[in-house]
Design a protein around this ligand. Structure first.
Ligand code: ARG
Length: 576
């Protein structure tokens, strides 16, 4: 059930009856309980059209809107707001309907093909903290889209091509005279650094590196074999991270930059033929007047360098063509940090001019802010180096293990390890997912591992609390007869939140903003804690019928927390 859509459609009907069918029907959640559960804010906007006072219009809307079944009370407030207090009986009924439904009553949306380009690390180096956000935000968005019935095509647009591979392959070729590739590449950071030092300092090495680039691009056998060895090992490093992070990317989702190699010449020729690209100082460029600077000079978008080399931009145009054409994408979502925003804006303008996308196909760059250290600067190791993702995740599990061991003595060593892993990884992921996607955030071990506040441990703990109520009651949620009665305000508040799950996942799918789901789950868990304090379940004095009803609400909370956390890629536990 999507309460928001239901209310909007009922108000639309009323507006149609009032002969203003095109008027907006803005419905929002009320900020405070005394304003009801939802508010309709459309009366003020109609004052001009209808030439009447907003409060009178609000009254007309009330006379026309059909909400008897849904609302217990509708009242006009302030300049002309309509406060909607949902009906306890109706809410209880909606909750009963979804009690045994693992989807929580969430309907599938009309199916779309959605390409999601995420993670996409550069393979020349090991994955570092800069890849964390794209990988886990992308994976959460993918899971939500799939949950809503869309066909998601994951595209891991790995940086597996380009001039830096010349340097790496020349170095690898030398190293292989003494050792095997796996040993030489066991630490990609060290390997990269060594190669870079040689490139900068060793006589003749830079020259050899350049030759390797040319050989690689012309498909030289020996060079391709070396390259394959390199990227294969680098991909294996990434897979280790994916597994630790519990994200759903696999090898078959990789469509790296190299995959578009054969299309690049075509893209350049095509843009020239269509008069979109022109030659400028030996390079092939597109001038973009839509993105002119203050003096009116158009932005310059280079698609081929004067030496003939192609660029990141050229590859992204080829990728756009492939995704819209071959993959038939209704939507393409690309998750990278905000610094690439201009690149994707330009790519979209150029690609659309070239006809690589149809007007109804959307191209959505979803930018995110940076992860910062406690000093407010980009997150680094104590010595100023980049933090390897594998090491960060191992530290998270270790820290969580210590905390859990202090809190609980009932767990066996094996259980403790499992809890530490789920809590540690969950904490890192949730800390990231719960922040507004577009802003920078400060990475802090203590806050993310806290059992209080908007954190993974808090939500995981809330889930185990509900589970323990059922264990104590000696009842499985599946045997509940499902009669629900809402009597206390806390029960009402909890039921409203439970019914909002569909609304929330809809927003996440549309806007690629998992933090909306995090805030919701936090509100839900907090509402459950208040409910449990005010509305006893297990006490002897509680009547059977009331207990059954409250257990049903508790079961719905557990289902929603479990489903919500699963969509975020965070594991739940039975006890901790
Ligand atoms: N490899 C790039 C980076 O690490 C991200 C690629 C994003 N996807 C794309 N189609 N350009 O910055």
């Amino acid at each position: 059930m999507n309460i928001h859509s239901l209310l909007v459609s009922r108000f639309k009907q009323a507006l149609t009856q009032m002969q203003v069918p095109d008027a907006a029907a803005p419905v929002t959640r009320s900020a405070r309980p005394e304003f009801g559960d939802y508010q309709f804010n459309g009366a003020m906007g109609l004052a001009k059209t209808l030439k009447q006072k907003p409060r009178d219009i609000a009254q007309m809307i009330l006379d026309n809107v059909e909400l008897n079944d849904v609302a217990a009370k509708l009242e006009i407030a302030g300049p002309g707001f309509i406060n909607i207090h949902l009906h306890d009986g109706w809410l209880a009924n909606q909750c009963e309907l979804i009690l045994h439904d693992p989807r929580m009553g969430v309907a599938a949306q009309p199916q779309q093909n959605v390409v999601v380009d995420y993670s996409s690390p550069n393979l020349a180096k090991e994955m570092h903290v800069g890849h964390l956000r794209t990988t886990i935000i992308g994976d959460a968005v993918v899971k939500v889209l799939e949950f809503l019935g869309h066909k998601v095509i994951r595209q891991n647009h790995m940086g597996d091509w380009g001039t830096q591979f010349g340097m790496l392959l020349a170095h690898l070729s030398d190293k292989l005279e003494e050792e095997v590739a796996e040993t030489a590449l066991s630490d990609l950071e060290d390997f990269y650094r060594e190669a870079k030092v040689r490139f900068d300092e060793e006589d003749g090495f830079a020259e050899r590196a350049r030759e390797y680039v040319v050989k690689l691009q012309s498909g030289d056998d020996k060079c391709i074999t070396l390259w394959k060895q390199f990227i294969d090992i680098s991909i294996t490093h990434s897979e280790e991270v994916y597994e630790k992070l519990n994200v759903s990317l696999s090898r078959s989702d990789i469509m790296g930059e190299s995959a578009y190699n054969d299309d690049l010449a075509f893209v350049v020729a095509d843009l020239k033929e269509k008069g979109i690209a022109v030659e400028d100082q030996g390079a092939q460029v597109v001038f973009i007047p839509e993105l002119a600077d203050k003096e009116g000079k158009p932005a310059v978008y280079i698609i081929q360098k004067s030496g003939g080399g192609y660029l990141y931009a050229t590859t992204d145009l080829a990728a756009m063509r492939y995704r819209s054409g071959k993959l038939d994408a209704d939507r393409t979502l690309i998750l990278t940090d905000a610094r690439q925003a201009l690149h994707f804006k330009q790519t979209e303008i150029v690609g659309r001019k070239a006809g690589y996308m149809q007007p109804e196909q959307s191209y959505e760059h979803c930018p995110f802010g940076m992860m910062l250290g406690s000093d407010g600067k980009p997150f680094k190791t104590r010595t100023g180096g980049t933090v390897k993702l594998v090491e960060l995740l191992d530290e998270a599990v270790e820290r969580a293990g210590k905390l859990i061991a202090e809190r609980s003595s009932e767990l066996s060593a094996e259980e403790l390890n499992d809890v530490a892993r789920k809590v540690g990884i969950g904490a890192v992921k949730y800390a990231d997912l719960s922040k507004n996607r577009t802003t920078d955030y400060i990475f802090n071990w203590d806050t993310m591992l806290s059992f209080e506040g908007n954190t993974a441990p808090y939500l995981q703990y809330a889930y185990t609390r509900v589970k323990s109520i059922f264990r104590k009651a000696g009842i499985a949620p599946t045997v509940l007869n499902g009669e629900i009665k809402l009597e206390q305000t806390q029960e009402h508040a909890l039921a409203v939140l439970l019914m909002q799950f569909e609304e929330v996942v809809g927003v996440v799918a549309k806007e690629a903003t998992p933090h909306v789901l995090c805030t919701y789950l936090y509100d839900l868990a907090s509402a459950f804690m208040s409910f449990y304090e005010a509305c006893p379940i297990l006490k002897d004095t509680v009547e059977d019928q009331t207990r059954g009803s409250r257990l049903a609400l508790a079961a719905l909370v557990a289902n929603t927390l479990q489903q919500g956390l699963t969509l975020l890629g965070i594991e739940t536990l039975e006890k901790m």
